[in-house]
Ligand binder design. Structure first.
Ligand SMILES: [Zn+2]
Length: 93
């Protein structure tokens, strides 16, 4: 089931093939929350989140940031799902 719609195909979430990253805790104890700090106004934390998003695009086959859709408004979605006939296509958005 995808997006809670029974007619859609099985998602990578259903197969436990996903990392949903909602934030980071830094070594000094500060936290960075994707939902709050992704905003452009938060320059340092927002830049770190954008760098983390962009860096994972080459490592996972699917990377979805907050601009993707309402289902991804509080996390960076990472998975190793198959895209394309050879399963080598990548989605980075
Ligand atoms: Zn997700």
């Amino acid at each position: 089931m995808r997006n809670n719609q029974p007619t859609e195909r099985v998602s990578e979430h259903d197969m436990a093939n996903v990392l949903d990253v909602s934030g980071f805790e830094l070594a000094d104890g500060r936290t960075i929350a994707v939902k709050m700090d992704w905003l452009p106004g938060n320059v340092l934390a927002g830049r770190l989140l954008q760098l983390a998003h962009d860096a994972t695009c080459g490592l996972f086959t699917t990377v979805r940031g907050l601009e993707t859709n309402a289902d991804h408004d509080d996390h960076i979605h990472l998975d190793l799902g198959c895209h394309g006939q050879s399963c080598t296509a990548q989605i980075c958005e």
